[in-house]
Design a protein around this ligand. Structure first.
Ligand code: 6GU
Length: 234
């Protein structure tokens, strides 16, 4: 998968993209990430990327020209499955959407700033508008980094143990069960006996029931009426 990110703060991606899973996905050749500085595409002599809002309200708006020129150039080079605008008024990202997006070949992510971007960019280029939660960030960059991470980890081969993405919280509609590692007794705080029992069937049932209980308590809305959520027999 190729991801092109359009931003006025390219440096914001240096940290998140040079570590852990995203770094590994790129190194292994599963993903190519290209960051474009929108300012580089400005034909204005001051390299401006924003201008005053028509109608007189306060604040600045990202203007069409640099963004349009950058997207036009990319679209002339390859076909894009999605041109995503990261914005707090977009559709809320969830695991199902990340799964869907992970199947794409080429994606553009556009990071907004200031008061927003000229509406005509949204009308004429953007195929999908996404938000990562009901709170306001200073720009779309952190959201684009979150979206990139959530997508790339789902591409087969990116995670060393492919099953580990399958057992993520949300992937099967449930939160993850609690996990433990050695020692089995830390100053009297004990790991549940069943996990030390070696009984695979019991351990599986315990994990499922804990996941279900945790989901019921913390995120009851995730449990639809017609979903199979009966406790497993031990
Ligand atoms: Cl995608 N952008 C901004 N600026 N704020 C957000 C967001 C995106 N998602 C949640 N808050």
């Amino acid at each position: 998968m190729r991801i092109d990110i359009l931003t006025i703060f390219p440096g914001m991606f240096e940290g998140p993209f040079n570590h852990s899973i995203i770094k590994r996905a790129v190194e292994k050749g599963h993903a190519e990430i290209v960051i474009h500085n929108i300012r580089d595409y400005s034909t204005n002599k001051h390299r401006n990327v924003d201008d005053y809002v028509y109608g007189g309200s306060a604040g600045m708006v990202m203007m069409i020209q640099p963004i349009a020129d950058c997207i036009d150039k990319l679209m002339a080079e390859r076909v894009y499955n999605e041109i995503i605008f990261l914005t707090p008024d977009g559709q809320l990202l969830d695991q199902g959407l990340s799964n869907q997006l992970s199947l794409n070949e080429n994606i553009i992510m556009l990071c907004g700033h200031y008061k927003g971007i000229d509406e005509r960019i949204r009308e004429h280029y953007i195929t999908r508008e996404l938000s990562i939660g009901d709170y306001v960030l200073s720009g779309g960059e952190l959201a684009a980094a979150v979206l990139t991470d959530s997508i790339l980890r789902l591409i087969p081969g990116v995670l060393s143990d492919e099953t580990s993405a399958l057992s993520d919280s949300f992937q099967d509609g449930l939160l993850s069960p609690p996990v433990y590692t050695r020692p089995s007794d830390y100053q009297g705080w004990k790991v549940p006996d069943v996990l030390l029992s070696g009984n695979e069937k019991e351990i599986k049932a315990w994990n499922y029931n804990k996941a279900l209980e945790r989901t019921r308590v913390r995120r009851p809305g995730m449990l639809g009426d017609n979903k199979q959520t009966d406790s497993q027999e031990l």
